[in-house]
Design a protein around this ligand. Structure first.
Ligand code: GRF
Length: 216
């Protein structure tokens, strides 16, 4: 079983999807700790409802990003987590956190990276007029929304659809691919070769994830 720590700042729907996958037996992991930087975030209630350990580390209490990250690292190390999962964590992370968990820090972003990095990726997609966008799970490096890609899912953009509608449909795919990506770590199948991730083969293939939802 893979011990994980989740870093989140907001609604926590990805936190919930990961917890659900564990409860359903499709993800062989244990959430040791939720770390949240916003005292009133809804994700904290979601953890409490499941009797999961959580801690608030308010970034405003720290003089620098590095000092905040050092406190985050301390809590993760104490929890025994082997994989660190950023799920809607709205902080730019530093080398302090990245170097503490080499190839063990992952993030989910609501676009097909490298397109539409940064905030409001769904609005960027709507404004640009792309016909396909999606979600990406990737290893975290020092650039924002950047690093070796683990899994992606494509989501078609319906003409005339606004950013909020796109956001909702991307989330459906996020909830599907994030637990699956974590399961790849649990199975020891993630290998990093330079700028790329290689998924060692077993029963499931990456193709099974690259299916767009129907246009309904
Ligand atoms: C998701 O869209 C995720 O891709 C982005 O932030 C959002 C978090 O949503 N990084 P939630 O808090 O998991 O509901």
């Amino acid at each position: 079983m893979l011990a994980i720590a989740i870093l989140a700042s907001g609604a926590g729907s990805n936190f919930e999807a990961i917890a659900e996958a564990i409860a359903a037996g499709s993800l062989d992991a244990d959430i040791r700790l939720l770390i949240c930087n916003r005292p009133r975030a809804a994700v904290l209630e979601k953890a409490a409802r499941r009797d999961m350990e959580s801690v608030v580390i308010d970034h405003r209490d720290f003089a620098s990003r590095e000092e905040f990250d050092a406190k985050v690292v301390e809590h993760i190390k104490n929890s025994g987590a082997q994989l660190v999962v950023m799920a809607g964590f709205d902080r730019v992370v530093t080398k302090v956190l990245i170097d503490a968990f080499p190839c063990r820090l992952i993030n989910i972003h609501p676009s097909l990276l490298p397109a539409f990095r940064g905030s409001n990726a769904q609005r960027q997609a709507a404004d640009y007029g792309v016909t396909v966008t999606g979600a990406t799970v990737h290893l975290v490096d020092e650039e924002v929304d950047h690093g070796p890609i683990i899994v992606q899912a494509a989501v078609p953009v319906i003409p005339g659809e606004d950013a909020e509608a796109i956001r909702k449909r991307i989330l459906v795919q996020e909830h599907r691919i994030y637990p699956w990506a974590i399961q790849l770590f649990a199975e020891g199948r993630i290998e990093v070769e330079g700028a790329k991730v290689r998924i060692s083969t077993k029963a499931q293939s990456r193709d099974q994830v690259l299916v767009s939802p129907p246009l309904d």
